[in-house]
Structure formats: C-alpha cells, structure tokens
Design a protein around this ligand. Sequence first.
Ligand SMILES: Nc1nc2c(c(=O)[nH]1)N[C@H]1C(S)=C(S)[C@@H](COP(=O)(O)O)O[C@H]1N2
Ligand SMILES: [Mo]
Length: 331
Amino acid sequence: MLIKTGRDGFNHSLSSEITPHAVYRQRREIMRLMAGGAAGAALASWAGRQALAQAQRPGKLAALPGAKSAVPGAVTMEKFTDYKDATSYNNFYEFGTDKADPAKNAHTLKTAPWTVEIEGLVRKPGKYALEDLLKLSAQEERVYRLRCVEGWSMVIPWVGYSLSKLVEKVEPAGNAKFVEFVTLADPKTMPFVGSRVLDWPYVEGLRLDEAMHPLTLLAFGMYGEVLPNQNGAPVRLVVPWKYGFKSAKSLVKIRFTDREPRTAWNKAAANEYGFYSNVNPNVDHPRWSQATERRIGEDGLFAKKRKTLMFNGYEAQVGQLYAGLDLTKNY
Ligand SMILES: Nc1nc2c(c(=O)[nH]1)N[C@H]1C(S)=C(S)[C@@H](COP(=O)(O)O)O[C@H]1N2
Ligand SMILES: [Mo]
C-alpha cells in the first residue's frame, strides 16, 4: 500500500527509482492520454500522479512549458538524455574546464536582471530585457541532438523559439552578413574568467542565413523549466547541426556585422576549430576522429558508439545552406 512519507507526500524509496527523465516522458504520455479521454485510468495510478508531480519540475526550477514545435526536423523521437546527466556533464569554461565544474560552480551566476543588447548593422538596436525576449514569440519544445566536438552527444527537450523571430524584429541592415554572439564574462561571478584557457568573453558567430534558419534556437529552457545556470541560463543559442561550442551560453550581446566574426575557439586554436563547425564525420579533428560519438547515459560496458551523422542528422533541413562550399576546407 502507498504510505505518504516524503516531503512531497510520496514514498521516497519508490521515487528514487524514477529518474527525472523518465517522469518527464511519463507526464507527456499522461497528457496524451488525457487528450484522448483516458485520463481517469492514467491518473488513478500512483505512478501517474508521481510522474505528474515531479515531472512538472524535474530540476525544481520555474516552469517554462513550450508547445510541440511544427518546424521540420525540430523534434527527434530519440530517447531523452536524463535530466541529471544533462545538468551535470557540461562545458561552460567560465565555471571550470572539468565536465562536473559548471554544476558545482555556476550557482554564483546572477541571471536577473538580464538584458541582451542588439547592436551593429541593424535598424533597431537597443537593450532587450529578458522578460520582453521571453514574450517576443510563442515558446516551443524542440527535441534536438547536441554533439560536442569531443565526441559525446545528448538529446534534450529545449524550450525557446527560432532566433529568426528576434532577427526579423530588429531588422538587420542590407549589408549585414554575419551575426556575432557575445556571452557574459563577469570575473566576480565566473571563477575561470581571467584564466588563460580562452580569450574572454566567449564569442561565437553564424552567417546571417544560418542565424535565420528556423532550426537555430534561442533557448530559455529545457525539460519544461527555465535553463539551469550550468546549461547557459537565462538565454543561450542551440544550433543543432553544428558542434556544441557554436551554441553560446548566457548571451548578453548579439551584433550584426559585415565581416566573419573571430570566435573564441577559433582564436584559441584556428587549425582545430573553423568558423563553420558543422558536424561532419568525414573531417577529423586534427587530434581525433569525428566518425563516431558516445551518447551520454549509454556508457555501460556493452554500450556501442554511434555513427555520427552528417550535419548531426539535420542534413535534409540545412544541407542547402552549404551547397558549393568545400566542407573539408570550410570546417
Ligand atoms: N559561454 C559559453 N558557452 C558555451 C561553452 C562555454 O564554455 N562557454 N561551451 C560550449 C560547448 S563546447 C558545448 S559542447 C556546449 C555544451 O552545452 P551543455 O553543457 O548545455 O550540454 O555549450 C557551448 N557553449
Ligand atoms: Mo563542446
């Protein structure tokens, strides 16, 4: 029988067996059943109620729901990475270079108040408060693969909207060809800003047409909640067909230019990290192969590596952006 013991009124020995990811998916299943009129049966089960209670807040952060995206290719059906893995295995060098560092150190990041400044070759420059950015367009859920150049990948349900919505609103000038993304570099709250690992602030860039592609996501949340600090709160980019480092976290400035921006990784090692950084299994990183990847959460003894897909599996959607470009030279 069910004994109410835990803080949230449920039996903890049982709840500990349910991962946030599992309950999140269960909740979606419940929503589906409810829509189909089978709500009674689903909700009658304890597991269902547990799922509903926990999954609404997998990380106990503020809820940020998004409607399922209708953008072609925006929702992969692959299994989500566990919320716990997605929030404890991170790259966010401002908080340390070890994968566990951001989860340990990023609590010092102050995410409110937050503004994103729009500048450069644009008709409507200015500072946009996060609250206004959040409301600029409807929040969508996008389930994207994200592949790191180091050879690991995750599948994450992001919440946000196409960056193109913001770009259209600020009206780039006719001579704007590139977009530069500048992230926060605050030595007071970011312990590794000042270290020599990178030339701070962390800067990334896209061609304007890449920035305008509907899959390029301005993300405010994941797993139905606002972003945890270590994942780039309060707002970041997610560019699913490019290596993870293109997806700049904790954005403070978006600058429109007529020249290809110099990016943080390109400055650090130009021969290893080109401007395009499209996921391409046929172009090795100078120090290792990019042919396969390890999906985070599948690292058991018998876990097989996965073959990395061209453009991380988004070739049908984005391949035409690079027609005529030599992808072995433009890596
Ligand atoms: N500001 C900033 N953004 C960043 C990074 C960083 O170090 N600083 N790392 C990048 C890299 S290398 C990757 S793989 C992804 C990782 O995102 P995740 O930790 O949310 O999975 O963030 C990217 N964005
Ligand atoms: Mo990365």
